[in-house]
Design a protein around this ligand. Structure first.
Ligand SMILES: [Zn+2]
Length: 152
């Protein structure tokens, strides 16, 4: 359930952003990158492909797709695949500015709880773009994960 009464929803969404930092052009670029990598998903069990593109504060974009396994619990989400790729290439001192998600069913799909915590670890001020129940949506990571924590 999204938080927001009818009166809240009628207001421009930017009022609820902490700060507008990702341009419409950058958002499009991220969504296109996510849609492209989505095609590489290994999703023979769910038949639900997901793509994610992560924008770092240094301007670099990393992408990832969901990778399922015959042992279902070993499945890795697109968001974590992208973030782990970024860490593997650049090390742990990355700062996530934004994450865009796409799926091949065109249905509402926000990051799962596990991915929200992983996004928070590297992006406590990140903006997430995804398809919500009412259509394209953006949310601050702390809206999706109100009590995220870091140990440092
Ligand atoms: Zn996830």
């Amino acid at each position: 359930m999204s938080h927001g009464s009818a009166s809240l929803r009628s207001r421009p969404s930017h009022i609820f952003m902490h700060k507008p930092k990702v341009s419409a052009g950058t958002r499009r670029k991220l969504e296109q990158a996510a849609a492209k990598v989505m095609k590489n998903a290994h999703a023979p069990y769910s038949k639900f492909r997901v793509g994610a593109a992560v924008l770092l504060s240094n301007g670099k974009i990393f992408t990832g797709c969901n990778v399922e396994n015959a042992s279902y619990g070993m499945t890795n989400c697109a968001e974590r695949t992208a973030i782990f790729s970024a860490v593997a290439e650049l090390g742990p001192k990355i700062e996530i500015e934004a994450v865009a998600l796409t799926n091949d069913h065109g249905v509402a799909c926000s990051p799962c709880g596990a991915c929200r915590q992983v996004i928070y670890e590297f992006g406590p001020d990140a903006t997430i773009f995804f398809l919500g129940k009412q259509g394209p949506k953006q949310a601050h990571i702390t809206e999706l994960l109100p009590e995220g924590f870091r140990l440092q």
